[in-house]
Design a protein around this ligand. Structure first.
Ligand SMILES: *[C@@H]1O[C@H](CO)[C@@H](O)[C@H](O)[C@H]1NC(C)=O
Ligand SMILES: *[C@@H]1O[C@H](CO)[C@@H](O)[C@H](O)[C@H]1NC(C)=O
Length: 475
């Protein structure tokens, strides 16, 4: 295993004056345009698409003209009464992983990529039953999103991502002006545990200027990376309490690793201990402890899908691809590299194809800044009165339920409704606790990408979140 070290920097994301001016310009331009720009992006001939009764749109939004940066989005209107329903932006993590490949086509979108890589099947638990769902491949270099200026790829980090995502939203509202004042939420999982609060804070700060106003009401996070120290501590304790590592190894790591320090990995005992822990996880799916790993046809595929990428110099946690059908990543790759699919999604002309991968590993390794903790942002957003819900699949070893609980503990919020089960179809779906300003819920027996494992339960939680209602607390 190769270890690369890089530093974690915390930079404050700010729009440059230049882009602020451009946003003003777009703002003005919006008013002078007709409401039909987005129609060009309507998807009408997606190969293998099941019959549906809603519209969907896909294509590029330019976020920086000078450098030629364009982000790819896929937008599904709600199945019923789209004009009455909120708008929800979904982000997957990585950094470097695709919201289209994971969120849209494995988790919560209306079309799930079929196991032959040839078609799609309808997902009856798609979140666009409850909201208009916008999936964004972010930042440039993820999925179909690109920059014509290669040096942009050396600058990618949390701040760059938040900046471009913010610009994207304003540009997207130009295409779809009827959504501009709509109730808006941001949701995501995994490393989006950083992206989502960061973007929410960005929007909140910019909203002080009425011409930039976005009607952000809340955020929803699944198995989110939140605070590096708490996340690591949770990962280690969870591995021990779920019989992945021995008492002896747990003791060594507990004694030698100081995850609070900015110097954690300079301790050799800590390094070796964590390496041994991750070595155990290489044998199984860290994202879903009790399901099988993908044993692909080719050795390389197999290796890729079970590999843990771990970089010491980032404090970011490893990402491996996993899920209920752990080979789904391969099906998605086959599907999105088809010429007819790329044409239908307005990605390419079907001749000059764009190479699509589900995660960009180089991006993960080259990431320049990652906030070590978004806990201070939580405090700010709670004070601002935003709705914040966090859910956690309790069989994920990667951002385990313990990590999230350690982070919540450090927030020190007052409990308003004590720990109790929540129910779905007469069974305990998980447990939840309500705090002043935050709701936390678990999913019993779900891995990292919760909706893959518990699609119906997830839709129920999503609906409760949108309504701001307590989860079903009786059988
Ligand atoms: C990137 O370059 C290509 C080829 O010149 C051009 O067609 C495309 O519009 C550019 N993208 C952006 C976002 O400017
Ligand atoms: C680590 O923390 C120490 C003490 O707080 C500080 O002096 C040092 O500059 C930090 N190092 C890095 C690389 O951030």
């Amino acid at each position: 295993m190769s270890f690369v070290f890089f530093l974690t920097l915390s930079l404050v994301g700010l729009l440059s004056l230049e882009s602020t001016v451009s946003v003003r310009h777009w703002q003005w331009a919006a008013e002078s345009r007709v409401n039909t720009l987005g129609n060009e992006d309507q998807v009408t001939n997606l190969p293998g698409q099941p019959d549906i009764n809603f519209k969907h749109y896909a294509g590029y939004v330019t976020v920086n003209k000078e450098n030629g940066r364009a982000l790819f989005y896929w937008f599904y209107e709600a199945t019923t009464d789209p004009e009455q329903k909120p708008l929800v932006l979904w982000l997957n993590g990585g950094p470097g992983c695709s919201s289209v490949g994971y969120g849209a086509t494995q988790e919560i979108g209306p079309f799930i990529v079929d196991s032959d890589g040839l078609g799609l099947k309808y997902n009856p638990y798609s979140w666009n039953r409850e909201a208009n769902m916008l999936f964004l491949e972010s930042p440039v270099g993820v999925g179909f999103s690109y920059s014509n200026t290669t040096s942009d790829y050396n600058k990618l980090g949390d701040d760059f991502t938040a900046n471009d995502a913010y610009t994207f939203l304003h540009m997207w509202f130009l295409k779809f002006p009827s959504y501009k004042a709509r109730t808006f939420y941001i949701a995501g999982e995994s490393y989006a545990g950083k992206y989502v609060p960061e973007l929410a804070e960005f929007i909140y700060d910019k909203n002080k200027d009425p011409s930039f106003y976005i009607n952000l009401k809340g955020i929803l996070l699944g198995n989110p990376e939140t605070s590096d120290a708490e996340d690591w501590r949770g990962l280690v304790d969870y591995a021990w309490s779920h019989a992945i590592i021995s008492d002896e190894l747990h003791n060594i790591i507990s004694e030698s690793c100081n995850f609070e320090s900015n110097d954690t990995w300079s301790n050799d005992d800590c390094n070796q201990g964590v390496e041994e822990l991750l070595g155990q996880y290489k044998e199984i799916d860290i994202y879903s402890l009790y399901t099988s790993v993908c044993i692909g046809n080719s050795a390389t595929t197999d290796e890729k899908s079970t590999q843990i990428t771990f970089t010491y110099n980032s404090k970011m946690m490893p990402r491996i691809m996993g899920g209920y059908d752990p080979c789904l990543d391969d099906y998605a790759k086959a599907f999105y590299n088809r010429p007819d699919v790329q044409t239908a999604l307005h990605v390419s002309d079907g001749q000059q194809l764009r190479k699509w991968t589900i995660c960009n590993e180089k991006m993960y390794h080259d990431w320049v800044d990652s906030k070590s903790s978004v806990i201070p942002i939580y405090k700010k957003l709670i004070a601002a009165g935003l709705r914040i819900w966090i859910y956690s699949g309790d069989t994920d070893g990667r951002v385990p339920v313990l990590s999230t609980r350690y982070s919540l503990g450090s927030l020190g919020l007052r409990i308003t409704k004590a720990w109790r089960p929540w129910y779905h179809q007469k069974q305990v779906s998980g447990w939840f606790q309500e705090y002043e300003g935050l709701t936390f819920a678990t999913f019993r027996g779900a891995g990292h990408a919760v909706p893959i494992f518990k699609p119906s339960n997830s839709l129920t939680l999503f609906a409760s979140f949108l309504l701001g209602e307590t989860l079903p607390s009786a059988r």
